[in-house]
Design a protein around this ligand. Structure first.
Ligand code: NAD
Length: 508
């Protein structure tokens, strides 16, 4: 076990500058999934406080939108610097509060640093087009303008990176942010908010008050923000069930929405695949973060010719996985977030068991050591048919394994689920690789070749289709989601020709 970070939670709080906040007691207890013990209790915001925050965000917007974008980028550069300094401490708090292993906690903070760097670059590249006008003496241009206050709703499983993806871009785009983190992970949110305030202090007076605000509470307070037309953009990350509620409410008031919802990700392993790579990718994708990534590998389609070479390796690896405290050196698989997740995993396994599936693993682990936590043995399920729950996302380490003989059929089966987030093929056959990423290939937002489904880089646009919600965050041109597009035609002639050659002479 590490003795310098992580286990002494007060020390972590101190390093993150949030000891004061956490010494207060509040009405939202926060438990560590690592041992089930209470870390702290924080105070939830009231509906009236939420209302005031939205008015404050409107005021902040008026001041921030007129600051030049490259100067706005400087604030995010400073945030990135602070994140570099606090990477270990924040990574440890992510581990303690969320249960992912320390390496992945550090990885999540690195992702925040990466998006800050990216957003600083974007702050000088909020490019619009110049467009050829059909009229003589006219020019057409496109401008991207700040959209307004952005409401960020995030899930427990990426407690800090999702905030950074949204906030780094929203801030350089000229928008203030109100963040409603998961009620299961408010401590890491308090730490991030403190870092943002520290960055503002270094930045100086150009940063208005309330540029970033933290809204602590459960679904109801999130719903209040979602319904309010002062919030120009709602970026919501979480389950499809949550998105199904949020989307129509934002649509009804004609707000902008970015939805990042559940996934049901698959890997196809073709006969020519490098089986060592495929093996590594499947096991990391399925058991990493204890199966609690939106991009976790949940299904794998293995060609008949290599099935017997690969599946026993996977099952053997599952037998030797090192489960344990997420801060312990060498742990590969930490706990599930809570007992509810464990029950969902059990229910899913029970269902396929009654269908005659062959299950390796499953069940609770480390009960004597951590009776109040929910460690589990990741499960491999071999099945011939398809049970309903294979089409659902069970947010736990269950890997459904299927055989296939024809690639077209495998792609069809891969796509035959309601979600469309991440997918991958392992093949050394260029025709197969190109087929997978062509029009009739994978229908997901992410389609990889010879790497697994999980672990995206920030440079690409991240998100998925169908019930994953259709939103895109992070790299590429995802920044456009935080801005409004303005088309401007300018007449520098002495005539007023109408578009499409329409004649309309008004006599005086
Ligand atoms: P969840 O849906 O239970 O909660 C997510 C957030 O939504 C929480 O902050 C919650 O308080 C809030 N919320 C719930 N109902 C709401 C409502 N009606 N109005 C406003 N806010 C509401 O999800 P979770 O259990 O925290 O996270 C796991 C889920 O998130 C999985 O389905 C996973 O795939 C998904 N996820 C998706 C992505 C992605 O980028 N696609 C990333 C991370 C997690």
């Amino acid at each position: 076990m590490r003795d310098n970070v992580g286990l002494d939670v007060n020390k972590v709080f101190e390093e993150l500058g949030i000891s004061d906040v956490l010494s207060q007691s509040g009405n939202l207890p926060v438990f560590s999934p690592a041992d089930g013990k209470k870390l702290a209790s924080v105070q939830m915001h009231t509906s009236a406080q939420c209302d005031a925050m939205m008015s404050d965000a409107e005021d902040a917007f008026k001041a921030w939108r007129i600051i030049p974008a490259p100067r706005r980028g400087e604030l995010i550069r400073l945030l990135g610097e602070i994140l570099r300094e606090k990477k270990e401490a924040l990574g440890a708090l992510v581990s303690l509060e969320n249960g992912k292993i320390f390496q992945e906690g550090l990885g999540e903070v690195q992702e925040m640093i990466d998006i800050c760097d990216f957003a600083v670059g974007v702050s000088r590249q909020l490019y619009g087009l110049t467009i050829a006008s059909e009229r003589p003496g006219h020019k057409m241009r496109e401008y991207w303008q700040p959209a307004g206050p952005v409401g960020v709703i995030s899930a427990f499983n990426f407690p800090v990176a999702v905030w950074a993806w949204n906030t780094a871009l929203a801030i350089v785009c000229g928008d203030p942010v109100i963040w409603k983190p998961s009620e299961k992970t408010p401590l890491t949110a308090i730490a991030c908010q403190q870092m943002f305030l520290d960055a503002c202090a270094k930045f100086g007076a150009d940063a208005p008050e309330n540029l970033s605000q933290l809204l602590i509470g459960e679904a109801e307070i999130g719903a209040q923000m979602v319904a309010d037309k002062r919030m120009s953009v709602i970026s919501a990350t979480g389950s499809t069930a949550m998105g199904r509620k949020v989307a129509p409410i934002v649509a009804e008031r004609f707000g902008k929405v970015i939805l990042e919802l559940g996934g049901n990700n698959a890997i196809i392993v073709a006969p020519s695949a490098d089986l060592d790579l495929a093996f590594q990718a499947i096991v990391f994708g399925a058991v990493g973060t204890c199966g609690q990534r939106c991009t976790s590998t949940r299904r794998v389609f293995i060609h008949d010719d290599i099935y017997d070479a690969l599946v026993p390796r996977i099952k053997k690896a599952y037998g030797g996985l090192s489960l344990g405290h997420p801060m312990a050196e060498g742990t590969l698989v930490g706990p599930l977030i809570d007992g509810m997740s464990f029950d969902l995993m059990e229910t899913a396994l029970d269902k396929v068991r009654t269908m005659g599936a062959d299950i390796t693993g499953g069940g609770r682990a480390l009960v004597d050591e951590y009776p109040e936590a929910f460690y589990v043995n990741p499960a491999v399920v071999e099945m011939s048919g398809i049970a309903d729950n294979v089409k659902e996302e069970t947010f736990a380490p269950i890997l459904y394994v299927f055989r296939y003989s024809d690639l077209e059929e495998a792609i069809e089966r891969q796509n035959d689920v309601p979600q469309g987030l991440s997918s991958a093929i392992f093949t050394r056959d260029v025709l197969e690789a190109e087929t997978f990423t062509a029009e009739a290939g994978s229908d997901c937002g992410i389609a990889n070749v010879n790497i697994g489904t999980s672990g995206a880089e920030i440079g690409g646009a991240f998100g998925g289709e169908k019930e994953t919600g259709g939103g895109r965050e992070s790299g590429s041109d995802a920044w456009k989601g935080y801005m409004r597009r303005m088309t401007s035609t300018l007449n520098y002639s002495k005539e007023l020709p109408l578009a499409q050659g329409i004649k309309f002479s008004v006599g005086e």
